[in-house]
Design a protein around this ligand. Structure first.
Ligand SMILES: [Zn+2]
Ligand SMILES: [Zn+2]
Length: 221
């Protein structure tokens, strides 16, 4: 019987005769109770980064604008407790099946953005070795979206291992994969957007290497 990917309760879904006949299994099932705890970002959000509840530029965006950078970010969900739990199970506990949870929503969101190339924020080789997958490409693959992995990330020290000076300077951890052409129109994809620092670093690098427009998207903000 199909159970919810998040809470394991049995899905109260009408099972069609055809499903039984074809032995079709629930693939991305999340029960209604779990789904309604994920909150879509409302109409009132920062115009530049989609931060929930901000009618004007938020303080994170003001910081970037003051530094001469621009922000053009969209996001679907509010980073609430439910989302934090989801991300931690998916990413930190490596439950790869959870990539399916937002497949339909992501597919729908990117349906009209075919002219842009989706570029996932990479994880380092060390992280890849530990986790076994990049959580961002997992989400995109689950939604059946195509993307180009043109960025790579070097292993960085943990915050606690850094000197004070190292913590204060924004270090560029990304580089362009050898021999790839950087597309003109790019949407950078990440799972969560916190201050925007990761996106800004990736964007800087892509613009320096020939991209004309770089916008960004994250599942949660
Ligand atoms: Zn559930
Ligand atoms: Zn903002």
């Amino acid at each position: 019987m199909a159970t919810c990917l998040l809470c394991q309760q049995t899905l109260r879904k009408r099972i069609l005769f055809l499903d039984i006949l074809l032995l079709r299994k629930e693939k991305e099932g999340v029960c209604a109770d779990c789904k309604e705890k994920f909150l879509l970002i409302s109409e009132t959000h920062c115009p530049a980064c989609f931060k929930e509840g901000e009618a004007k530029l938020c303080s994170d965006c003001l910081y970037w604008y003051k530094k001469g950078a621009t922000v053009s970010h969209e996001s679907l969900y509010h980073y609430n407790e439910q989302m934090a739990n989801y991300i931690s199970r998916y990413k930190f506990f490596g439950d790869y099946l959870l990539r399916m949870v937002f497949a339909t929503e992501l597919k729908e969101y990117f349906k009209d953005k075919e002219a842009d190339v989706l570029v996932p924020i990479p994880i380092s080789e060390k992280r890849m070795g530990e986790r076994g997958f990049n959580q961002v490409t997992g989400l995109l693959t689950a939604a059946g979206l195509s993307f180009q992995e043109i960025l790579q990330k070097e292993d960085t020290k943990k915050q606690s291992e850094k000197t004070r000076q190292e913590r204060l300077t924004l270090h560029q951890p990304f580089s362009i994969v050898a021999k790839v052409d950087v597309p003109d129109k790019i949407i950078l994809i990440d799972d969560i957007y916190t201050t925007g620092a990761t996106i800004q670093l990736a964007k800087q690098l892509l613009m320096k290497n020939g991209a004309k427009t770089v916008t960004s998207f994250s599942l949660a903000r």
